[in-house]
Design a protein around this ligand. Structure first.
Ligand code: ADP
Ligand code: MG
Length: 331
């Protein structure tokens, strides 16, 4: 009996559950490759640390963009590294892989992911929808005859789904997530202060002081970068409330996606969402003030799942351990 692993292959982070062992991989979806020697230099956290500081022959890459494969061979190499880490080396250890994919991906993109997993060492692959897994992981009663709504905000994509009686009733997705927010902060600082910073620093700033709440306690952070005009090093003090504008610009796309999903619902389900609210998951859900912002906008309760970043992989774990009827492996 081959071992089974569940993979949440995110744009920003990869999580892997191994049956009987728990969550055994929790790493940034980054790989560093020596392009001259065609050799993997670092994987996950170690590769992430190298971004922007690589020597000429080495490139640290995030091969998944917007929830789909941007660079096939590099995705295979990264996934292979993670699978070995989770399941061990050698053909005897080739695991069955349950792979969570974004709601919106096309058949072609889905097939590419299956193929990548097979080349990376999977014995067989089963696909599950990421928002379905996230809802299970968040503990939503999706088998019950009532509407449960999840919004999973990752690095590259946001998946919105309403479920009832064990199935997805309405779902939509937008290729906006934490990365676009980082880009938006980066452009704002360039516009306002002529300050050029790296995407990694923009992300750090967002996590440290980013907020959507105009009433947030005042916080400032010093940001180091380069002056766009003089090219010299430049330090700027940035206030948390300043960041509301560039963050809101991107959240607007997520709001639009949620609204269009709500509009398509049968009135019965609409009233369930109104009564039971909406749950946020994924790393993007941790943005300060986001749940309050949505609550005010939509007029129903919006909460952040307790295990926001782990919801998807914990959902895959539940599927593997408790609801294997939801998966069918290819052979
Ligand atoms: P993915 O599924 O795409 O791999 P994750 O669910 O792991 O993504 O979430 C990663 C995203 O969450 C990143 O864009 C990251 O910046 C964002 N994130 C993580 N923690 C926070 C935080 N405290 N505040 C705002 N954004 C956060
Ligand atoms: Mg994710």
């Amino acid at each position: 009996m081959a071992r089974t692993i569940g993979v949440d292959l995110g744009t920003a982070n990869t999580y892997i559950y191994r049956k009987g062992r728990g969550i055994v991989v929790r790493e940034p979806s980054v790989i560093a490759i020596d392009e001259e020697k065609c050799k993997v230099v670092a994987l996950g956290e170690d590769a992430y640390e190298m971004i922007g500081k690589e020597p000429n022959n080495v490139k640290a890459t995030r091969p998944i963009k917007d929830g789909v494969i941007a660079e096939f061979d590099i995705t295979v190499a990264m996934l292979h590294g993670f699978i070995v880490k989770a399941a061990g080396k050698g053909s005897l250890n080739r695991p069955n892989v349950v792979l969570a994919v974004s709601q919106s991906i096309t058949e072609v993109e889905k097939r590419a992911l299956e193929e990548a997993a097979a080349e990376a060492g999977a014995r067989s692959v089963a696909i599950v929808k990421a928002p379905f897994a996230a809802a299970l992981g968040a503990g939503l009663p999706i088998e019950e005859p009532r509407g449960s709504m999840i919004v999973n905000i990752g690095g590259g994509t946001t998946d919105v789904a309403v479920m009832s009686l064990g199935g997805i009733i309405e779902a939509d997705s937008v290729r906006v997530g934490g990365d676009k927010i980082d880009d938006s902060i980066l452009s704002y600082l360039k516009r306002k202060y002529n300050l050029i910073i790296s995407p990694i620093d923009a992300e750090e700033l967002k996590r440290k002081i980013g907020t959507l709440s105009p009433h947030a306690e005042e916080k400032t952070a010093e940001v180091y970068g380069r002056d766009a005009v003089s090219g010299l090093p430049l330090t700027v003090k940035v206030k948390n409330t300043e960041l509301i504008e560039p963050i809101t610009e991107q959240i607007a796309h997520i709001v639009y996606c949620i609204k269009t999903t709500l509009e398509k619902l049968h009135p019965e389900l609409s009233s369930d969402i109104h009564d039971y609210g909406m749950t946020l998951s994924g790393g993007g859900a941790l943005l300060d003030g986001l749940a309050e912002y949505f609550t005010k906008l939509f007029g129903f309760e919006v909460r952040v799942a307790e295990n926001a970043t782990d919801c998807c992989v914990e959902g895959i774990q539940k599927i593997i351990d408790l609801f294997p009827q939801f998966i069918s492996f290819n052979d």
